[in-house]
Design a protein around this ligand. Sequence first.
Ligand SMILES: Nc1nc2c(ncn2[C@@H]2O[C@H](COP(=O)(O)OP(=O)(O)OP(=O)(O)O)[C@@H](O)[C@H]2O)c(=O)[nH]1
Ligand SMILES: [Mg+2]
Length: 202
Amino acid sequence: MKECLIVGKTHAGKTMFALNFAHYLGITKLDITFRCPSGLVESKTYSITTARRELVGPAPHTTRALQSIVLDLPVGKGSKRCLFTDTSGLIDHIHADVEIRRAIAQTLGAIREADLILHLVDAAAVGLQGAPSALGEVDYQVAQFAQMRTGYAILANKMDLSEAPAGLAKLRQEFPGHNIIPISALYKRGFREVKAFVQRCL
Ligand SMILES: Nc1nc2c(ncn2[C@@H]2O[C@H](COP(=O)(O)OP(=O)(O)OP(=O)(O)O)[C@@H](O)[C@H]2O)c(=O)[nH]1
Ligand SMILES: [Mg+2]
């Protein structure tokens, strides 16, 4: 089964996207497998409401494990299975908390193994110096590493916010030649395009 990894800076909206995209594909009971940096693996079942409440964070570094959902996407006359994996958010500096450093190292390891990479960027925070989800060095590094694959797209998230169109324009300038899909994970906008992209890559 191919793995589609959702990566990006902390607070970009990765978990909101993972949960709402699964919901958009018709999954109402979310079976999520957590692979913790410690090696612990556990699964838990959520309703979409509970998952959003418990897993989407008001503050950075909410996700601290690889959190996977199995998705079935229609491809041709059949369907293809894909492991859709949310990750711990990246930062530009070295974090003081060892648990967060381990979680970030786990994300970086997963990037090397992934078949497809969806790189979430907070379009509303692109130019916000100092904001956790502002566009940063690590975004350029991910883009440079991942562009060698066919299955790489940048998802410009939070397009429902007024600052986002300017951020999207800047992203298009900074990442020329990349596939950039504007979305709102919160309102499930742009999901048709994301689905078509993932289907093409499976
Ligand atoms: N307006 C708006 N807010 C969003 C959107 N997507 C996520 N958010 C908000 O952004 C914040 C961070 O969302 P998360 O999904 O937890 O972000 P994350 O990238 O998983 O963060 P980490 O797990 O810390 O790396 C939350 O307050 C969400 O409600 C969006 O499309 N629009
Ligand atoms: Mg998260």
